[in-house]
Design a protein around this ligand. Structure first.
Ligand SMILES: Cc1cc2nc3c(=O)[nH]c(=O)nc-3n(C[C@H](O)[C@H](O)[C@H](O)COP(=O)(O)O)c2cc1C
Length: 150
């Protein structure tokens, strides 16, 4: 199972690494459970064509506004948007997992929802900041189910 992610202050990176460790433990217990391969996207990443399906993990960074009628300008994470826009990459995207901070109210996880609409991929779920152990187990199970369906 492949995960592409972007992380500016490290929360998403920490979460997907926990998810990868969890997947490895699950796989060791029962090889039917998939391991996770991670790929970090940043402004320095060359845009390349993905040949395998992947899930995208994206935090939300928006400038100002309330997320309903304004303030939806994406900042910091644009490299991920451009990466998915490249070539046929969007067609390999099985879904988007969003993160953010609930203090942002209506803007909570909005970037993931915007990606889902733009790339015609499901918005899979969300978690806050670095997530919890429960989020790791919950999200692994959702990804596993989604990747079997595809
Ligand atoms: C300038 C700035 C703007 C942010 N805007 C939002 C927002 O609009 N909605 C949201 O849910 N979280 C927002 N956040 C919170 C981040 O999405 C959250 O801290 C996330 O865990 C960061 O992930 P990262 O450490 O992997 O970069 C914002 C954080 C900063 C610093």
């Amino acid at each position: 199972m492949n995960i592409l992610y972007i992380s500016i202050s490290g929360n998403t990176r920490a979460f997907v690494k926990n998810l990868q460790d969890y997947a490895t433990a699950q796989h060791q217990h029962d090889q039917n459970h998939p391991e996770i391969h991670l790929k970090e996207i940043s402004e320095a990443s060359p845009e390349t064509q993905e040949n395998e399906d992947f899930f995208c993990f994206v935090p939300t960074y928006l400038e100002g506004g309330n997320g309903i009628d304004n303030g939806t300008e994406e900042i910091m994470t644009n490299a991920m948007r451009e990466y998915i826009e490249y070539g046929d990459n969007a067609s390999h995207c099985l879904g988007i997992v969003g993160s953010g901070n609930k203090n942002f109210n209506n803007q909570y996880c909005l970037t993931a929802k915007q990606y889902a609409a733009e790339f015609h991929a499901p918005f899979i779920t969300d978690y806050e900041l670095r997530g919890t152990k429960d989020d790791v187990a919950r999200i692994y199970q959702i990804l596993e189910t989604q990747s079997i369906k595809n």
